[in-house]
Design a protein. Structure first.
Length: 460
């Protein structure tokens, strides 16, 4: 790989790393945050979902912003904003201010992920692109899984506040590498940003999530809940209408007429809802029920990180050669088995027999799934649509995650116990199984050839 491509890949990995890391590092810090700032399950849900609401809704705008202002400019702005918001989170004196700062973090994070993946897609072609996506996926997935370990170390050895300060160093390194890249930024003329669509998207996601989380405090009979839910549903319907009639929509609905793009995003809904729900429940269960220190709770999932780093690049290359269908089918099913095993975990589980087997299966299953999933979705559309395609897929993943966290109260009740964790494990396993089934039904293989050799050849 030439030096320029290595630099591009490093920037893309580091920029996404901080966003994915922050999405998972928070889970293991939630008990410590609520002990310090007060609140129960609903506060824990909001600390997670405030980030996901703004990330999931505004990540769509990021695609348009990249077209108007350039991918490098948007990426740099996102890095600076993310670092600033992280410091605000670290200094937050109350739960309310922390939740607001997490929302700001999500705004900045929305600028990072699609732009970072888009610069890979614009610098790599053919099998090299599939392998690069595999490497990107491996490290960003590792960030998502490594987060609990790093968070646990900070919580136990210092303070949960340092969990947010962890972002500062990789952000500084990425900004330095961007300065070294000296790549001409690509901007498109005649592109408009769909601000009404963005507003409707935020309301259509945020209001229903508020109702789902707070219904435990107010009850469904309260106008605070049913009016919020009603207005949110109407806003989401209006958002879909807006995207259908807008001259330059944030979400070109015609993309969903492409088979692999549509079915791949449906699989994303099930898989990433399961990842968010399962990761949240496991991190909190190990601390609040099983009595693990935060560090051990994070260390419990370390095998997933190791498996992801070792195998993601290889799996990405194999999916580029043989097609994604089998990988996207088998991977979620393996992970489903891993979570189903947690049904047998009691209040004092033996790690080696009741936790580790599920963790290992989770690691193998997700590693087999994620890179082929990304390649299947983005490989199905024109490379000129890579930015918006990446933004849509990331938005789908984040929205699936925030809805999964929002319904935690329905699954586990007001406090997480053994029975609630077991129910959550079953729900997670079912979601993953649905992801495998939809992949087998909907995904079709394709073989990407290098540009000089020809075009894509479809296979079944």
């Amino acid at each position: 790989m030439e030096k320029h491509r290595k630099l591009v890949l490093s920037i893309a990995v580091l920029a996404s790393f901080v966003a994915f890391l922050d999405g998972s590092v928070i889970n293991v810090a939630l008990p410590a945050i609520t002990r310090d700032l007060g609140g129960g399950v609903s506060t824990q849900q909001w600390v997670v979902d405030a980030y996901l609401i703004t990330l999931g809704s505004l990540i769509l705008v990021a695609g348009s912003l990249s077209d108007v202002y350039g991918r490098i400019v948007v990426l740099r702005t996102g890095l600076i904003g993310f670092g600033t918001a992280s410091l605000l989170c670290a200094l937050a004196p109350t739960a309310e201010i922390l939740i607001i700062a997490r929302g700001v973090q999500g705004v900045a994070g929305a600028l990072l992920v699609p732009s970072s993946l888009a610069i890979i897609l614009s610098n790599f072609r053919g099998p090299a692109q599939a392998k690069a996506i595999g490497q990107w996926t491996g490290f960003t997935s590792a960030a998502f899984i490594l987060g609990p370990l790093l968070g646990g170390l900070f919580v136990d050895l210092a303070s949960w506040r340092l969990v947010f300060a962890i972002n500062v160093l990789p952000i500084a390194i990425t900004l330095y590498l961007l300065a070294m890249l000296k790549q001409k930024d690509e901007r498109q003329t005649g592109v408009a940003i769909d601000y009404p669509g963005a507003l409707l998207g935020v309301l259509g996601l945020g209001l229903p999530v508020f109702a789902l989380i707070e219904q435990g405090n107010y009850g469904w009979g309260s106008p605070v809940i049913y009016l919020t839910m009603g207005f949110g549903v109407l806003a989401f319907i209006a958002f879909l209408w807006r995207e259908r009639v807008a001259a330059q929509p944030m979400v070109p609905l015609t993309l969903f007429t492409v088979r692999n793009f549509a079915w791949g995003n449906l699989t994303t809904v099930f898989v990433y809802a399961a990842i968010s729900l399962g990761g949240f429940l496991l991190a909190v269960f190990l601390q609040q029920v099983a009595g693990y220190p935060a560090t051990l709770a994070g260390l419990a999932t370390l095998p997933v990180t190791i498996i992801s780093i070792l195998l993601s690049s290889r799996i990405g290359a194999l999916a580029g050669r043989y097609g994604p269908r089998v990988f996207m089918t088998v991977g979620p099913l393996i992970t489903a088995v891993g979570f189903f095993l947690y049904v047998f975990a009691g209040a004092h589980p033996n790690y080696w027999t009741q936790i580790l087997p599920g963790v290992v299966l989770f690691g193998f299953g997700m590693t087999i799934t994620v890179a082929p999933l990304t390649s299947a979705i983005l490989g199905a559309i024109d490379e000129r649509q890579a930015g918006i395609g990446s933004a849509i897929n990331n938005a789908v993943a984040r929205v699936a995650g925030l809805i999964a966290i929002a319904v935690v109260g329905f699954i586990v009740g007001p406090q997480l116990g053994v029975a609630g964790f077991q129910r959550g494990a079953v729900v997670t396993a079912v979601l993953l199984a649905l992801g495998g089934v939809t992949s087998w039904i909907g995904i079709r293989n394709f073989v990407q050839k290098a540009p000089a050799l020809g075009t894509e050849v479809g296979t079944d």
